[in-house]
Write a protein that binds this ligand. Structure first.
Ligand SMILES: Cc1ncc(COP(=O)(O)O)c(C=O)c1O
Length: 316
Protein backbone atom coordinates (compact mmCIF):
# COMPACT_ATOMS: atom_id res chain seq x y z
CA UNK A 1 0.00 0.00 0.00
CA UNK A 2 1.43 3.41 -0.91
CA UNK A 3 1.54 5.96 1.90
CA UNK A 4 -1.55 8.15 1.93
CA UNK A 5 -0.77 11.65 0.66
CA UNK A 6 -0.42 14.26 3.41
CA UNK A 7 -3.38 16.56 4.00
CA UNK A 8 -3.36 19.70 1.85
CA UNK A 9 -2.08 22.79 3.68
CA UNK A 10 -5.03 24.69 2.22
CA UNK A 11 -7.55 22.29 3.76
CA UNK A 12 -10.98 22.30 2.20
CA UNK A 13 -10.34 25.28 -0.07
CA UNK A 14 -7.28 23.52 -1.47
CA UNK A 15 -9.69 21.03 -3.03
CA UNK A 16 -11.27 23.59 -5.35
CA UNK A 17 -10.67 22.82 -9.03
CA UNK A 18 -8.65 20.00 -10.62
CA UNK A 19 -11.97 18.24 -11.30
CA UNK A 20 -12.18 15.01 -13.33
CA UNK A 21 -12.73 15.04 -17.09
CA UNK A 22 -14.48 11.78 -18.01
CA UNK A 23 -15.48 10.39 -21.38
CA UNK A 24 -19.19 9.76 -21.90
CA UNK A 25 -18.94 6.53 -23.83
CA UNK A 26 -22.61 5.63 -24.31
CA UNK A 27 -24.20 8.76 -25.74
CA UNK A 28 -22.05 9.30 -28.82
CA UNK A 29 -23.75 8.46 -32.15
CA UNK A 30 -20.26 7.65 -33.56
CA UNK A 31 -18.40 5.98 -30.69
CA UNK A 32 -14.63 6.18 -30.86
CA UNK A 33 -14.71 8.88 -33.55
CA UNK A 34 -16.96 11.58 -32.13
CA UNK A 35 -15.90 11.67 -28.50
CA UNK A 36 -17.78 13.46 -25.71
CA UNK A 37 -16.09 14.43 -22.46
CA UNK A 38 -17.74 15.86 -19.35
CA UNK A 39 -15.92 18.10 -16.89
CA UNK A 40 -17.41 17.03 -13.56
CA UNK A 41 -17.58 20.29 -11.65
CA UNK A 42 -19.91 18.73 -9.10
CA UNK A 43 -16.75 17.25 -7.59
CA UNK A 44 -15.74 20.63 -6.16
CA UNK A 45 -16.02 20.79 -2.35
CA UNK A 46 -19.30 22.70 -2.22
CA UNK A 47 -20.61 20.78 -5.23
CA UNK A 48 -20.38 23.10 -8.22
CA UNK A 49 -18.23 25.03 -10.67
CA UNK A 50 -18.88 28.18 -8.66
CA UNK A 51 -16.33 27.18 -6.00
CA UNK A 52 -13.67 28.36 -8.42
CA UNK A 53 -14.89 31.92 -8.81
CA UNK A 54 -16.16 32.25 -5.22
CA UNK A 55 -12.69 31.49 -3.88
CA UNK A 56 -10.91 33.61 -6.50
CA UNK A 57 -13.16 36.66 -6.04
CA UNK A 58 -12.76 36.56 -2.26
CA UNK A 59 -8.97 36.16 -2.43
CA UNK A 60 -8.80 39.01 -4.96
CA UNK A 61 -10.86 41.32 -2.70
CA UNK A 62 -8.59 40.38 0.23
CA UNK A 63 -5.45 41.13 -1.79
CA UNK A 64 -6.81 44.52 -2.79
CA UNK A 65 -7.64 45.35 0.83
CA UNK A 66 -11.38 45.62 0.14
CA UNK A 67 -12.34 43.07 2.80
CA UNK A 68 -10.80 41.78 5.99
CA UNK A 69 -11.67 39.56 8.94
CA UNK A 70 -15.32 40.00 9.92
CA UNK A 71 -16.34 41.83 6.71
CA UNK A 72 -19.74 41.21 5.15
CA UNK A 73 -19.91 39.86 1.61
CA UNK A 74 -22.93 40.46 -0.63
CA UNK A 75 -23.85 38.53 -3.78
CA UNK A 76 -26.86 37.97 -5.99
CA UNK A 77 -27.22 34.31 -6.86
CA UNK A 78 -29.82 31.71 -7.56
CA UNK A 79 -27.92 28.91 -5.95
CA UNK A 80 -24.50 27.60 -6.76
CA UNK A 81 -22.52 30.83 -6.30
CA UNK A 82 -24.31 31.39 -3.01
CA UNK A 83 -23.47 27.91 -1.73
CA UNK A 84 -19.86 28.24 -2.89
CA UNK A 85 -19.50 31.62 -1.19
CA UNK A 86 -21.11 30.24 1.96
CA UNK A 87 -18.32 27.67 2.16
CA UNK A 88 -15.57 30.20 1.42
CA UNK A 89 -17.04 32.75 3.87
CA UNK A 90 -17.09 30.13 6.65
CA UNK A 91 -13.50 29.12 6.02
CA UNK A 92 -12.18 32.70 5.82
CA UNK A 93 -14.30 34.33 8.49
CA UNK A 94 -16.83 36.47 6.66
CA UNK A 95 -20.52 37.12 7.08
CA UNK A 96 -22.50 36.50 3.86
CA UNK A 97 -25.70 38.08 2.59
CA UNK A 98 -27.23 36.55 -0.53
CA UNK A 99 -29.98 38.15 -2.59
CA UNK A 100 -32.21 35.41 -3.98
CA UNK A 101 -35.34 35.55 -6.12
CA UNK A 102 -38.31 33.88 -4.39
CA UNK A 103 -39.15 30.51 -5.89
CA UNK A 104 -35.69 28.95 -5.86
CA UNK A 105 -35.59 25.19 -5.27
CA UNK A 106 -36.29 24.94 -1.52
CA UNK A 107 -33.37 22.61 -0.84
CA UNK A 108 -30.94 25.33 -1.93
CA UNK A 109 -32.42 27.80 0.54
CA UNK A 110 -32.13 25.02 3.16
CA UNK A 111 -28.44 24.50 2.39
CA UNK A 112 -27.81 28.25 2.67
CA UNK A 113 -29.65 28.45 5.99
CA UNK A 114 -27.60 25.53 7.26
CA UNK A 115 -24.44 27.47 6.45
CA UNK A 116 -25.85 30.45 8.38
CA UNK A 117 -26.17 32.68 5.32
CA UNK A 118 -28.42 35.72 5.60
CA UNK A 119 -31.01 35.44 2.81
CA UNK A 120 -32.53 38.60 1.30
CA UNK A 121 -35.48 37.73 -0.92
CA UNK A 122 -36.66 39.60 -3.99
CA UNK A 123 -39.97 38.99 -5.74
CA UNK A 124 -39.84 36.23 -8.36
CA UNK A 125 -40.91 38.74 -11.01
CA UNK A 126 -37.77 40.76 -10.34
CA UNK A 127 -35.73 37.64 -11.11
CA UNK A 128 -31.95 37.74 -11.26
CA UNK A 129 -31.96 41.29 -12.66
CA UNK A 130 -33.83 42.44 -9.54
CA UNK A 131 -31.47 40.45 -7.32
CA UNK A 132 -28.39 42.01 -8.93
CA UNK A 133 -29.84 45.52 -8.49
CA UNK A 134 -30.75 44.82 -4.87
CA UNK A 135 -27.22 43.58 -4.13
CA UNK A 136 -25.73 46.76 -5.66
CA UNK A 137 -28.06 48.94 -3.59
CA UNK A 138 -27.17 47.11 -0.38
CA UNK A 139 -23.50 47.58 -1.09
CA UNK A 140 -24.03 51.28 -1.93
CA UNK A 141 -25.75 51.67 1.48
CA UNK A 142 -22.58 50.35 3.10
CA UNK A 143 -24.05 46.98 4.10
CA UNK A 144 -21.06 45.04 2.80
CA UNK A 145 -18.78 44.31 -0.13
CA UNK A 146 -20.51 43.13 -3.33
CA UNK A 147 -18.41 40.56 -5.18
CA UNK A 148 -20.37 41.07 -8.42
CA UNK A 149 -19.89 37.77 -10.22
CA UNK A 150 -21.75 39.18 -13.26
CA UNK A 151 -19.16 41.85 -14.02
CA UNK A 152 -16.10 40.85 -12.02
CA UNK A 153 -13.23 40.15 -14.48
CA UNK A 154 -11.77 37.68 -11.96
CA UNK A 155 -14.62 35.36 -13.01
CA UNK A 156 -13.35 35.05 -16.62
CA UNK A 157 -9.67 34.96 -15.63
CA UNK A 158 -10.28 32.15 -13.16
CA UNK A 159 -11.93 30.00 -15.83
CA UNK A 160 -9.15 30.75 -18.28
CA UNK A 161 -6.37 29.92 -15.82
CA UNK A 162 -7.96 26.96 -14.04
CA UNK A 163 -10.95 25.32 -15.79
CA UNK A 164 -9.65 26.00 -19.31
CA UNK A 165 -6.04 25.18 -18.45
CA UNK A 166 -7.09 21.85 -16.90
CA UNK A 167 -9.02 20.85 -20.04
CA UNK A 168 -6.15 21.97 -22.30
CA UNK A 169 -3.72 19.88 -20.26
CA UNK A 170 -5.95 16.79 -20.39
CA UNK A 171 -6.72 16.70 -24.13
CA UNK A 172 -4.48 17.23 -27.16
CA UNK A 173 -7.15 19.38 -28.88
CA UNK A 174 -10.78 20.32 -28.35
CA UNK A 175 -13.04 20.83 -31.38
CA UNK A 176 -16.28 21.83 -29.66
CA UNK A 177 -16.80 23.33 -26.21
CA UNK A 178 -20.34 23.50 -24.77
CA UNK A 179 -21.42 25.27 -21.56
CA UNK A 180 -24.44 27.04 -20.14
CA UNK A 181 -24.77 30.81 -20.07
CA UNK A 182 -25.05 32.24 -16.57
CA UNK A 183 -22.63 35.08 -16.05
CA UNK A 184 -20.83 33.95 -19.21
CA UNK A 185 -17.62 33.54 -17.19
CA UNK A 186 -17.18 29.85 -17.94
CA UNK A 187 -17.73 30.24 -21.70
CA UNK A 188 -15.48 33.28 -22.04
CA UNK A 189 -12.61 32.06 -19.88
CA UNK A 190 -12.49 28.44 -21.02
CA UNK A 191 -12.89 29.27 -24.71
CA UNK A 192 -10.13 31.86 -24.57
CA UNK A 193 -7.74 29.22 -23.22
CA UNK A 194 -8.84 26.45 -25.59
CA UNK A 195 -8.62 28.70 -28.66
CA UNK A 196 -4.91 29.12 -27.96
CA UNK A 197 -4.67 25.37 -28.61
CA UNK A 198 -7.15 25.20 -31.49
CA UNK A 199 -8.13 28.50 -33.16
CA UNK A 200 -10.92 26.64 -35.02
CA UNK A 201 -12.64 25.71 -31.71
CA UNK A 202 -16.45 25.91 -31.89
CA UNK A 203 -18.00 27.42 -28.76
CA UNK A 204 -21.64 26.66 -27.99
CA UNK A 205 -23.61 28.61 -25.36
CA UNK A 206 -26.73 27.05 -23.84
CA UNK A 207 -29.66 28.97 -22.43
CA UNK A 208 -33.22 28.18 -21.35
CA UNK A 209 -36.00 28.28 -23.94
CA UNK A 210 -38.01 31.52 -23.78
CA UNK A 211 -40.19 31.66 -20.70
CA UNK A 212 -38.62 28.58 -19.12
CA UNK A 213 -36.11 28.24 -16.35
CA UNK A 214 -33.06 26.09 -16.09
CA UNK A 215 -30.91 26.04 -13.00
CA UNK A 216 -27.89 28.31 -13.24
CA UNK A 217 -28.66 29.44 -16.77
CA UNK A 218 -30.04 32.72 -18.05
CA UNK A 219 -32.05 33.59 -21.09
CA UNK A 220 -30.51 36.51 -22.94
CA UNK A 221 -34.02 37.44 -24.02
CA UNK A 222 -35.14 38.42 -20.52
CA UNK A 223 -33.68 41.90 -20.69
CA UNK A 224 -30.28 41.42 -19.08
CA UNK A 225 -27.10 40.90 -21.05
CA UNK A 226 -24.36 39.62 -18.75
CA UNK A 227 -21.54 42.17 -19.16
CA UNK A 228 -18.84 39.49 -19.23
CA UNK A 229 -20.43 37.69 -22.17
CA UNK A 230 -19.12 38.62 -25.62
CA UNK A 231 -21.56 37.07 -28.09
CA UNK A 232 -18.98 37.35 -30.87
CA UNK A 233 -16.90 34.73 -29.06
CA UNK A 234 -19.72 32.19 -29.43
CA UNK A 235 -20.21 30.07 -32.54
CA UNK A 236 -23.84 29.31 -31.65
CA UNK A 237 -26.46 29.60 -28.91
CA UNK A 238 -28.86 26.77 -28.18
CA UNK A 239 -32.18 27.35 -26.43
CA UNK A 240 -33.14 24.18 -24.58
CA UNK A 241 -36.51 23.41 -22.98
CA UNK A 242 -36.66 22.29 -19.35
CA UNK A 243 -38.38 19.00 -20.22
CA UNK A 244 -35.63 18.20 -22.75
CA UNK A 245 -32.95 19.05 -20.18
CA UNK A 246 -34.57 16.94 -17.48
CA UNK A 247 -35.00 13.96 -19.79
CA UNK A 248 -31.37 14.17 -20.86
CA UNK A 249 -30.28 14.49 -17.22
CA UNK A 250 -32.11 11.21 -16.55
CA UNK A 251 -30.46 9.60 -19.55
CA UNK A 252 -27.01 10.67 -18.32
CA UNK A 253 -27.67 9.12 -14.91
CA UNK A 254 -28.99 5.87 -16.38
CA UNK A 255 -26.65 5.38 -19.31
CA UNK A 256 -23.44 6.97 -18.12
CA UNK A 257 -23.86 6.57 -14.36
CA UNK A 258 -23.08 10.26 -13.86
CA UNK A 259 -25.34 11.89 -11.25
CA UNK A 260 -25.45 15.15 -13.18
CA UNK A 261 -27.37 18.36 -12.49
CA UNK A 262 -30.21 19.69 -14.62
CA UNK A 263 -28.12 22.11 -16.71
CA UNK A 264 -25.80 19.22 -17.64
CA UNK A 265 -28.74 17.64 -19.45
CA UNK A 266 -29.28 20.87 -21.39
CA UNK A 267 -25.58 21.12 -22.21
CA UNK A 268 -25.32 17.54 -23.45
CA UNK A 269 -28.50 17.91 -25.51
CA UNK A 270 -27.05 21.00 -27.19
CA UNK A 271 -23.73 19.21 -27.71
CA UNK A 272 -25.44 16.32 -29.49
CA UNK A 273 -27.48 18.70 -31.64
CA UNK A 274 -24.51 20.89 -32.52
CA UNK A 275 -22.41 17.91 -33.66
CA UNK A 276 -25.07 16.09 -35.70
CA UNK A 277 -23.05 16.59 -38.89
CA UNK A 278 -19.63 16.07 -37.34
CA UNK A 279 -18.05 12.72 -38.25
CA UNK A 280 -15.28 12.89 -35.70
CA UNK A 281 -13.86 15.21 -33.12
CA UNK A 282 -13.50 15.96 -29.44
CA UNK A 283 -16.39 17.63 -27.64
CA UNK A 284 -16.11 18.93 -24.08
CA UNK A 285 -19.32 19.50 -22.09
CA UNK A 286 -19.32 21.53 -18.92
CA UNK A 287 -21.20 19.61 -16.20
CA UNK A 288 -21.47 22.46 -13.73
CA UNK A 289 -22.92 20.58 -10.79
CA UNK A 290 -24.36 17.28 -9.60
CA UNK A 291 -28.01 16.31 -9.39
CA UNK A 292 -28.23 15.74 -5.64
CA UNK A 293 -29.54 19.09 -4.46
CA UNK A 294 -32.38 19.05 -6.99
CA UNK A 295 -33.76 15.73 -5.81
CA UNK A 296 -36.20 17.07 -3.19
CA UNK A 297 -38.00 18.81 -6.10
CA UNK A 298 -38.30 15.40 -7.84
CA UNK A 299 -37.20 16.62 -11.29
CA UNK A 300 -37.36 13.16 -12.86
CA UNK A 301 -41.13 13.04 -12.27
CA UNK A 302 -41.60 16.36 -14.01
CA UNK A 303 -39.57 15.08 -16.94
CA UNK A 304 -41.62 11.89 -17.14
CA UNK A 305 -44.98 13.64 -17.11
CA UNK A 306 -44.13 16.83 -19.04
CA UNK A 307 -45.67 18.76 -16.17
CA UNK A 308 -47.34 21.90 -17.62
CA UNK A 309 -46.35 23.76 -14.43
CA UNK A 310 -42.70 23.16 -15.23
CA UNK A 311 -42.28 26.65 -16.63
CA UNK A 312 -43.18 28.11 -13.26
CA UNK A 313 -40.52 26.09 -11.49
CA UNK A 314 -37.17 27.73 -10.93
CA UNK A 315 -34.93 24.95 -12.13
CA UNK A 316 -32.14 27.25 -12.11
C1 LIG B 1 -25.57 24.94 -12.49
C2 LIG B 1 -24.92 26.06 -13.22
N1 LIG B 1 -24.60 27.17 -12.60
C3 LIG B 1 -24.04 28.21 -13.28
C4 LIG B 1 -23.77 28.13 -14.61
C5 LIG B 1 -23.27 29.31 -15.37
O1 LIG B 1 -21.95 29.48 -15.41
P1 LIG B 1 -21.40 30.92 -15.72
O2 LIG B 1 -21.90 31.86 -14.68
O3 LIG B 1 -19.89 30.79 -15.66
O4 LIG B 1 -21.85 31.35 -17.09
C6 LIG B 1 -24.04 26.99 -15.24
C7 LIG B 1 -23.67 26.85 -16.61
O5 LIG B 1 -23.70 25.78 -17.18
C8 LIG B 1 -24.65 25.95 -14.53
O6 LIG B 1 -24.98 24.84 -15.16
Amino acid sequence: MPNPSPPSADGLLGLVGATPLVELTRVSPRPGRLRFFAKLEGQNPSGSIKDRIALAMVLDAERRGLIGPGSTLIEASTGNTAIALAMVARRRGYHLKVVVPEGVVPSIADVLSLYGVELCWVKPKAGMVGAIEAASEMSARGEGHALRQFDNPVNVLTHMNTTGAEIAAALPRVDVFVAGIGTGGTLMGVSRRLREQNPALRVIGVEPRMGERLQGLRSLNDGYHPPLLDLDALSARYLVGSDTALNMMRRVVREEGVMAGVSCGAVLHAALQATRDLEEGIVVCMFSDGGWKYLPARPWEAAATHDPNLDETHWW
